[in-house]
Write a protein that binds this ligand. Structure first.
Ligand code: KIV
Length: 286
C-alpha cells in the first residue's frame, strides 16, 4: 500500500491561481519616469495581493500594517518579524507586481551595516525585490551602501510616519520656506544616493512637483501631487474600511458599511436558523 504525504491543496483557499502575467522588475519600474503613471497600493495579505496584483505595478507591504492590521497607535512598534511574515504572504499572492517591503523603525537607522543585515533578511525571507526606508539626507549614506550591494531601495521623504514622535503628528509638511527647502534637499540626497523610486508623502503640492522635476528617479505621491510619476494609497483607506478619511485619500468603495450590512444579515439568519440552508449542507446520497 502506498502512502502519500502530499496534501491535496485544491480545496484550500490559498490554492494559487496561475496568472499569465510576467512579474515586472525594478529596472522596468525605474524606467517609467515621466511615462505612464506607476500604480502602487499597499498589501499585507496573500488574498489582498491576489486581488490587487493584476491592476498594480508595485505592491507595498507598508509598515502601516501596524495600524491597519494590528490596531497599533503608530508604525513605531512594528517589527522585522511582522514585515517578513506579511511580505512573504504578499509575494505568494502575486505574480505581476514588484513587491517592496518597508523596513520597520529601528531596523536600519543605526548604521549602513545594520540596514544591510535587515534588508538582506527581508529579501531572503520574503522573496520581495526591494525595500523602502524613511528619511532624507541622514539616510543617503545607508541608501548608497545598500544599492552598491545589490539591494534596490525606495526612498521616502516629506511626512515620515516613523518620525511621528519627533514631528508631533501626521500633518502635511513643507508649509514654511525652510521646511520646503529641506524636503527638496532630502529628495535630491536620497535620489543621488541611488534609490530607484522615491515616495513623497504629505507635502505641499508645489514641493512634490518641484521634487519630481529635480530627481532622476520616478516619484510616487501620497498626499503630494498629480505630477508625481505614480501614486500610492493604503488599500484599506481607498476601500473605505475606516470611518476617518484623511484629505489625501479618495474612497473608491464603502467596504466598512458593506461588511457591517453583511455581518448584520448573517447574525440575523443564524439567530432565526435561516442559515445554514439546504444549499450549505452535506447529506449522504440515498
Ligand atoms: O507604510 C505605508 O503604507 C507607506 C505608504 C503609505 C507610502 O509607507
Amino acid at each position: 500500500m502506498s502512502v502519500t504525504h502530499t496534501l491535496d491543496t485544491s480545496t484550500s483557499r490559498a490554492h494559487p491561481v496561475p496568472s499569465p502575467m510576467k512579474r515586472l522588475t525594478v529596472p522596468k519600474l525605474a524606467a517609467m519616469k515621466g511615462g505612464e503613471p506607476i500604480v502602487m497600493l499597499t498589501a499585507y495579505t496573500a488574498r489582498m495581493a491576489q486581488l490587487l496584483d493584476p491592476h498594480c505595478d508595485l505592491l507595498l507591504v507598508g509598515d502601516s500594517l501596524g495600524q491597519v492590521i494590528y490596531g497599533l497607535p503608530s508604525t513605531v512598534p512594528v517589527t522585522l518579524e511582522l514585515m517578513c511574515a506579511h511580505g512573504a504572504a504578499v509575494v505568494r499572492g502575486s505574480w505581476h507586481s514588484v513587491v517592496a517591503i518597508d523596513m520597520p523603525f529601528g531596523s536600519y537607522e543605526a548604521s549602513p551595516q545594520q540596514a544591510f543585515e535587515s534588508a538582506a533578511r527581508i529579501l531572503k525571507e520574503t522573496g520581495a525585490a526591494a525595500v523602502k526606508l524613511e528619511g532624507g539626507e541622514a539616510m543617503a549614506e545607508t541608501i548608497a551602501f545598500l544599492t552598491a550591494r545589490g539591494i534596490p531601495v525606495i526612498g521616502h521623504v516629506g511626512l515620515t510616519p516613523q518620525a511621528v514622535n519627533a514631528l508631533g503628528g501626521y500633518g502635511a509638511r513643507g508649509r514654511s520656506e525652510a521646511e520646503a527647502k529641506k524636503i527638496l534637499a532630502d529628495a535630491r540626497a536620497v535620489a543621488e544616493a541611488g534609490c530607484f523610486l522615491l515616495v513623497l508623502e504629505g507635502v505641499m503640492e508645489e514641493i512634490a512637483a518641484d521634487a519630481t522635476k529635480a530627481v532622476a528617479c520616478p516619484t510616487i505621491g501620497i498626499g503630494a501631487s498629480p505630477s508625481c510619476d505614480g501614486q500610492v494609497l493604503v488599500t484599506e483607506d481607498m476601500l473605505g474600511l475606516f470611518e476617518r478619511t484623511p484629505r489625501f485619500v479618495k474612497r473608491y468603495d464603502d467596504l466598512a458599511a458593506r461588511i457591517g450590512d453583511a455581518a448584520a444579515l448573517y447574525a440575523a439568519e443564524v439567530r432565526s436558523r435561516a442559515f445554514p440552508g439546504e444549499d450549505q449542507l452535506y447529506r449522504t446520497k440515498k
